[in-house]
Design a binder for this molecule. Structure first.
Ligand code: ATP
Ligand code: MG
Length: 350
């Protein structure tokens, strides 16, 4: 097992700098998810850990040891990619034991390892089959087993589930969480899907443009986003936000934090609007409500309203967030917070 540290790491390709002065510690034994929009530098970070594409400056440490002079094969890391190319002519067993054969592990030892690992990932009955006869999820498990057989202290996974259909993806998510529990090794998992990140991570590292926006537990990221970017990246739909007056301050609230009523309530912030769209998703319904100033998405657990129906949107003070001109979230303890609350209250109910 091993922690991973980035110390003042910069990565450039030619004269374009993708990551600048990055400091990050990924804890030993945790399931850490790197998440962020396409092109933000997630794969670049993973490749630096693996040693496939070393940093331009700064240091990457694994288990406290500087990896600058350590080649990829000796870092104790295993990679699982989105396109986990299995050898098509080899059986599942041969695919899994390939690396062991190369490392001259004895036949007896090999088959012991393959049996135990394929049992862990639920592949025991498929060992003699060819990859082409397996489902996507089963192939995914072969790729995992192939990585596990090397007994890595660090697992690096780059969007490993993105080729699977939605149902299988949810299933594999749970399998990966269980696998992590069983192995207890450090998992670093890359995705651009925030739902995947929220559901699997001990710690989320949310990136944008090569910079870390926030590093925290899923709960914290959701309820205490550092800034507007985080607030709007996480959640389905994301946080509703809008300018508060004209001085660059904005406010926001989560779609499920609002209450819709026909006759209004005494909520702190309230405005009158009309239901523009309605999406019934089974256990919840998402309404788009348009008022004079605002259009927001509201999530309800009861499906009580119709399109074109007039409604009141009410949000209590404790569910409101405010963001400064620097787009950072303003803490409730900051003096002047009450003034933001009062200003917003005065803008409601039109
Ligand atoms: N070999 C390379 N040469 C030049 N630029 C590169 C190279 N590899 C990556 N980049 C650039 O670095 C930036 C980060 O790329 P990276 O692949 O890390 O993004 P990502 O977060 O993994 O995105 P995605 O979610 O689309 O996989 C991108 O702007 C990309 O164009
Ligand atoms: Mg990538």
């Amino acid at each position: 097992m091993a922690s991973i540290e980035f110390k003042n790491v910069t990565k450039s390709f030619g004269d374009s700098t993708v990551i600048k002065d990055l400091d990050l510690t990924i804890e030993d034994g945790k399931f850490t998810v790197l998440v962020g929009p396409s092109g933000c530098g997630k794969t670049t970070l993973l490749r630096m850990i693996a040693g496939l594409d070393p940093q331009t400056s700064g240091a990457v440490l694994i288990g406290g040891k500087d990896m600058s002079q350590v080649p990829p094969g000796q870092r104790g890391v295993a990679l699982v990619f989105q396109n986990y190319a299995l050898y098509p002519t080899m059986s599942v067993r041969e695919n899994i034991e390939f690396a062991l054969k190369n490392n001259k592990v004895s036949k007896e030892e090999r088959s012991k390892l393959v049996e135990s690992i394929s049992a862990t990932v639920g592949l025991s009955e498929y060992l003699e089959r060819k990859p082409s006869t397996l489902s996507g999820g089963q192939r995914q498990r072969v790729a995992l087993a192939r990585a596990m057989v090397k007994k890595p202290s660090v697992f690096l996974m780059d969007e490993p589930l993105s080729n699977l259909d939605a149902k299988l993806r949810v299933h594999m998510r749970i399998e990966l969480i269980e696998l992590h529990k069983k192995l207890g090794s450090t998992f670093v998992y890359v995705t651009h899907d925030q739902v995947e990140a929220m559901s699997m991570a001990d710690t989320i590292v949310l990136m944008n443009n090569g910079e870390i926006q926030q590093e925290a537990s899923p709960e914290r990221i959701y309820h205490e986003p550092n800034n507007l970017f985080t607030a709007q990246f996480v959640g389905v739909p994301p946080m509703n936000t809008a300018p508060l007056g004209n001085d660059g301050i904005s406010f926001g609230f989560r779609p499920e934090a609002a209450v819709l009523t026909r006759s209004g309530t005494d909520a702190w912030f309230q405005f009158k609007g009309v239901i523009m769209t309605r999406e019934m998703l089974g256990s919840e319904t998402i309404y788009q409500v348009k008022g004079k100033r605002y259009t927001f998405m509201i999530k309800c657990y009861e499906d009580l309203f119709k399109v074109d129906e007039p409604v009141y949107v009410g949000v209590e003070a404790e569910h409101l967030s405010f963001f400064g001109t620097d787009e950072k979230r303003i803490e409730k303890s900051v003096s002047g917070y009450q003034e933001y609350l009062d200003l917003l209250r005065s803008q409601g109910d039109e």
